[in-house]
Design a protein around this ligand. Sequence first.
Ligand SMILES: C[S@@+](CC[C@H](N)C(=O)[O-])C[C@H]1O[C@@H](n2cnc3c(N)ncnc32)[C@H](O)[C@@H]1O
Length: 229
Amino acid sequence: MEFHVITLFPEMFDSPMKSGMVARAIKAGLVSVTAHHLRPFGLGSYRQIDDAPYGGGSGMVMRPEPIAAAIDQVIGEHPGLWRILMTPQGEPLNQERVRELANRHPGLLLIAGRYEGIDERVRSLVDYEISIGDYVLSGGELPAMVVIEAVTRLVPGVLGNPDSIREESFSDGTLEYPQYTRPEEFRGMRVPEILLSGDHERIRAWRAEQALARTRKRRPDLLARRKSG
Ligand SMILES: C[S@@+](CC[C@H](N)C(=O)[O-])C[C@H]1O[C@@H](n2cnc3c(N)ncnc32)[C@H](O)[C@@H]1O
């Protein structure tokens, strides 16, 4: 799976891609992450990227030409990438969408905005728009990293134990059951006896029940979506 990002801050992608699961996946050749600097596509001798908004208002807006030129170059060199604009106005990211993205071969081209946002006409150049939540960040780099990490976990071979994907939160429209490890007692709180019983059938039933109860209490919206879906 190839990830490409168009960004004004390619150096932001250096260190997060050097640790943990994504680093191991890159090393194993299962994924690649390439950050493409937008600045060289800027206009004139100052490599201008942004300009004042038509109609007035605060802040600067990213011009469409540098982004279009960067997209053309990356797609020219890596045909078939799915072009995604990172924007708080996009489709909210959830595990179902992450699964869809993981099936997009050969990979994703993520476009990270900055400033007050991006000229509206750039939307006609992309296949999809993604928001990572109802809050506003200063740039699309962290959202792009969120997409890279969430999708990489689903690339076959990346996680040692594929069962962990099947069981974790959101995989079947519920939150995950409560997890415990040693010690058996911590500050007066004991691990539920059933988990120590060795009875795998009862443990499975208990976990399913707990997952449902927890989802009902914390995220009833997930259950409502599961019913209507
Ligand atoms: C300051 S934001 C622009 C917000 C824009 N003025 C608006 O109200 O929709 C700058 C850039 O950060 C990125 N960004 C900020 N919040 C985001 C979110 N929740 N999801 C995805 N991208 C986000 C986008 O790429 C956006 O172009």
